[in-house]
Design a protein around this ligand. Sequence first.
Ligand code: HEC
Ligand code: HEC
Ligand code: HEC
Ligand code: HEC
Ligand code: HEC
Ligand code: HEC
Ligand code: HEC
Ligand code: HEC
Length: 410
Amino acid sequence: MKQYPLLILALVMTLAAVAMTFAVQGRPAAAQAAAQYVGSARCSSCHMDVYQRWSKTRMANVVRDPVAHPDAIIPDLNIPNPLVTFKKSDIAFVYGSKWKQRYFTKVGDDYFPLPAQWDVQHKVWRAYKVALGTDWWTAYYPDDNAKRPTGPLCDGCHSVNYNIATKTVTEWNVGCEKCHGPGSVHAAQPTRANIVNPARLDSNSANDTCIQCHSQGKPKSNPIDGKYYDWPVGFRMGLKLSDYWELEEHKLGTTTFTHYADGTAHKNRMQGNDFSTSLMYSRGVTCYNCHDVHGTVNNADLRKPVDQLCMTCHGVGSENGPHTATLQQHTHHAAGSEGNQCVGCHMPKIEPEISDVMVRSHTFKFISPTLTDDLNVPNPCTTCHTDKTTTWAIDNLRTWPEFSIWRVAR
Ligand code: HEC
Ligand code: HEC
Ligand code: HEC
Ligand code: HEC
Ligand code: HEC
Ligand code: HEC
Ligand code: HEC
Ligand code: HEC
């Protein structure tokens, strides 16, 4: 009998803990659980400005049907090319427009990649087939585009609500609800409590809004119904990404398909892998502090032009650095020079997107030319000064007293 008060106490404490969990998660989680996906068009009635800007972004237009959008196909298919073994009428979907364009054909209820892709920058055709031993999933699929459906390998990142059982989507492209969660309850009775706003999540979850697609990794539950997926199946906003997805592993010192030896990303679509290693990420900076994904006039939907963006939070006299009397004293390049741009040294273009077309690193760290000598990681100095050697770069850095020789020129 004496134990009863203790038991009751334990029960009360458990209930309190459960109640606290709900309070911390807040009402959005509960309201979201009951919500259905309604599609971006539905949001436009009340958020017209956001909708109109978003509809012009690349993310809103990555997947297009050439019947509905005849201008989607960039190259002229009438010019014969030995790599192009398909006709316009074979193309059910076109993916991409900035760096590379790929083409997909429909067979049954699946889509499959065609064997040629367009290199947008060089304006040439290149063969397209993911080589064995590159992406981790090539071990689980035949070496044949016709046996590599986009459902498990691509579609979760180019659509909203891809259903792996029915192979259907609410909509193609990166629609509103991919980042805000299902919106039926909110659309019927709009309040701030029944829709996810990444800006009101903790910064790790907020960054996961973008990392769910902008990363190289594997689902935790592979294989799913016997198939290997390359996107975070089961995740939606409001849940915890790390319950569904793990970032690609890397052993320091090795250069792999996905990583340079120092851990910097070695391919495109790894902004999340990179950024999560940076000091800015630890300090609560988010992808959307720099990018407005609803669309801006700047390249890559930057909130400000690339030569002004960093100065939102940085500058001489700013606690965030650089800690010099003038900016030129930090950069050692004249104002207006390419070598004076923050991104030149802190976001070098070293991550291959297609052929020699590179995108920028997102670790924001300065990669020393000594790392090029020791571990073959490209450094910003000789990536820009292509006619110079690492020894030249190191010799110059040794004469720049703002930087520690032990860190950057050893
Ligand atoms: C019937 C009109 C209506 C529709 C439809 C609608 N919204 Fe809203 N939305 C609102 C209003 C009004 C608010 C502001 C609510 C407030 O301040 O209490 C809002 C606020 C928001 C917010 C900000 C929440 C915050 O934390 O500040 C987001 C994000 C949002 N809506 C996204 C969406 C998305 C995505 C859709 C489509 C699935 C959508 N809305 C559809 C009216 C609507
Ligand atoms: C790729 C992810 C992404 C997509 C797609 C997206 N949003 Fe957002 N949205 C965000 C993020 C991140 C924020 C918080 C940062 C900010 O305010 O820009 C946000 C904020 C908002 C807000 C609150 C702030 C404001 O600007 O009023 C509204 C409303 C909103 N989104 C509506 C929409 C609607 C409607 C769509 C589709 C037409 C959409 N979003 C598509 C990521 C996204
Ligand atoms: C559903 C997957 C998905 C999500 C979620 C997503 N992205 Fe994207 N993002 C893409 C795809 C696919 C493209 C390529 C679009 C193209 O080039 O056609 C892209 C392109 C971009 C670009 C380049 C745009 C340009 O015009 O150069 C930026 C910047 C970007 N995303 C930032 C973000 C940020 C920031 C977030 C989070 C707020 C986010 N993305 C969330 C899939 C996603
Ligand atoms: C984990 C999410 C994810 C998966 C899986 C994925 N993509 Fe993407 N894709 C993205 C993001 C994010 C981008 C934009 C960033 C970049 O290209 O670095 C992108 C960009 C692209 C682009 C370039 C767009 C442009 O404008 O140049 C093409 C083409 C593309 N993807 C095709 C595919 C194909 C084909 C597959 C399957 C074999 C696939 N993707 C799988 C997320 C994904
Ligand atoms: C501190 C600012 C900052 C943060 C944080 C940031 N980016 Fe960027 N991002 C940039 C800049 C600057 C560029 C280059 C734009 C240019 O060259 O014109 C860029 C480019 C990109 C591109 C286009 C590819 C390229 O390199 O040109 C994508 C996609 C992208 N960012 C996605 C993301 C995602 C996803 C996150 C979060 C995981 C993120 N960014 C965080 C500043 C930032
Ligand atoms: C939204 C604010 C914000 C923006 C925009 C921003 N930063 Fe930062 N940055 C920070 C903060 C905060 C820190 C951490 C400062 C500290 O704790 O000492 C930081 C730190 C850094 C560091 C030092 C990192 C280290 O490992 O020591 C570098 C380098 C840097 N930022 C580069 C950039 C570049 C390049 C851009 C523009 C592409 C940029 N930042 C844009 C807020 C920002
Ligand atoms: C010519 C190359 C170069 C350019 C351009 C450059 N940096 Fe740096 N930055 C460096 C080097 C080298 C370091 C030292 C790295 C280390 O110690 O590991 C550094 C360190 C930093 C740090 C951390 C140390 C500190 O003083 O707080 C910040 C913050 C930073 N840079 C911000 C910026 C910003 C903002 C810009 C644009 C105005 C910029 N950098 C442009 C080379 C450059
Ligand atoms: C994004 C391009 C870019 C990056 C990154 C860059 N520079 Fe430069 N650098 C230039 C340009 C352009 C000039 C020509 C003069 C000017 O406009 O400032 C220059 C001039 C110089 C000069 C003086 C002229 C010469 O050729 O002797 C030195 C020394 C120099 N850079 C060293 C470096 C070092 C060391 C680094 C790495 C810490 C670096 N640069 C990073 C673009 C760059």
